[in-house]
Design a protein around this ligand. Structure first.
Ligand SMILES: [Fe+2]
Ligand SMILES: [Fe+2]
Length: 344
């Protein structure tokens, strides 16, 4: 049987509009996507290099985000064929090299996986992060900003990690899929973590549409998601993706507990709190599975990936710290500033 029907976006699944550019690189990428691939009409040329753009800055991070999004849901009125268009992939590769080089520069490196994981298991008593701030002093408008930013990931929660499945085998693969099964609601659409997050957004009077807050999200937020996409989409970085996933699961329960308290203090009802209360319980189990079976299984069959696992752990912590610095820097300044690029 010949397959002559091109898959269309499923009914009810609406791709977001293209975002506003933030500089010459994102401008070039977005302008290109408004055309048809292979269009012979002369259009603006795509740069072949990143031309000195700040690897962690607004322009490069948005351009990279837009390239990666073609592998997820794409954008409204953008031809799906752009996903594998060579000149765009060439520019994406140049951006990835810059992004990765800047990440590596700021990280200690090494190949001590147990040491890197153990550091995550102990939270410093004086830890003073975003979840502590929101639990103790944050205002509702700051909570809304935080949730809007995080929606860039949580409305596609578990998707970037799903790319790694075919790159794993045996114990690591079986265990990672078991965790992903929970992330996707264990077969129940209404229990998908992305759905629980959308419920939370509704409770906060935010728009739960996929990608609705892309223009509002600062580069520090986009970088955390770009890192997941980069590690997930490259088989070469399967070790780093697994290290990243372990950090997410290990650090989640205590932070989710604080977020549940923050929501309660700020008057968000039960439906809105479920995203976090679910993570307090589920991730206590996921953490064990990730450490014992996913990382354990991967390193048993491919011990040479230890340094990549450490890279994934350190890169995730580093980019989360940068995001926290941005948010807390804005909220604690006098007078307090918004952390969002746009009013919500
Ligand atoms: Fe989750
Ligand atoms: Fe989880």
């Amino acid at each position: 049987m010949t397959m002559n029907v091109i898959a269309k976006t499923a009914p009810g699944v609406i791709a977001p509009p293209l975002p506003e550019p933030r500089g010459p690189l994102s401008e070039a990428v977005i302008a290109l996507l408004r055309r048809r691939p292979g269009d012979s009409e002369a259009g603006p040329a795509l740069p072949a290099t990143t031309a000195g753009a700040d690897p962690l800055g607004e322009d490069l991070q948005l351009a990279l985000y837009v390239c990666y999004e073609l592998h997820y849901r794409g954008f409204a009125d953008v031809a799906p064929e752009w996903e594998w268009e060579p000149s765009l992939l060439g520019l994406r590769a140049a951006m990835e090299r810059e992004f990765l080089a800047s990440l590596r520069e700021g990280l200690p490196g090494g190949d001590d996986v147990s040491g890197a994981i153990e550091e995550l298991l102990v939270e410093p008593v004086d830890a003073d992060g975003v979840s502590q701030y929101l639990r103790d002093t944050g205002e509702r408008r700051q909570l809304r900003e935080y949730v809007a930013h995080r929606s860039i990931y949580h409305l596609k929660e578990a998707d970037p990690q799903a790319w790694v499945i075919p790159r794993l085998d045996g114990r690591a693969k079986a265990a990672l899929v078991a965790v992903e099964f929970d992330e996707y609601g264990g077969g129940r659409a209404e229990r998908m973590h992305s759905r629980l997050f959308a419920d939370l957004m509704e409770e906060l009077d935010l728009d739960p549409a996929y990608g609705a807050y892309l223009d509002a999200a600062p580069a520090a937020m986009l970088a955390t998601v770009n890192m997941m996409s980069m590690f997930g989409l490259h088989r070469a970085w399967r070790g780093a993706l697994v290290g990243h996933f372990a950090v997410v699961e290990i650090t989640s329960p205590p932070a989710a507990q604080r977020m549940a308290s923050a929501l309660e203090r700020l008057g968000v009802g039960e439906r809105g709190r479920q995203f976090f209360t679910e993570h307090v319980v589920a991730d206590a189990v996921h953490e064990q599975v990730l450490r014992r079976d996913v990382i354990g299984g991967l390193l048993e069959s491919e011990p040479e990936l230890a340094a990549d696992v450490v890279l994934g752990v350190q890169a995730t912590c580093h980019l989360e710290d940068r995001l926290a610095e941005h948010l807390l820097g804005c909220w604690r300044s006098a007078p307090a500033r918004s952390s969002s690029r746009r009013p919500l």
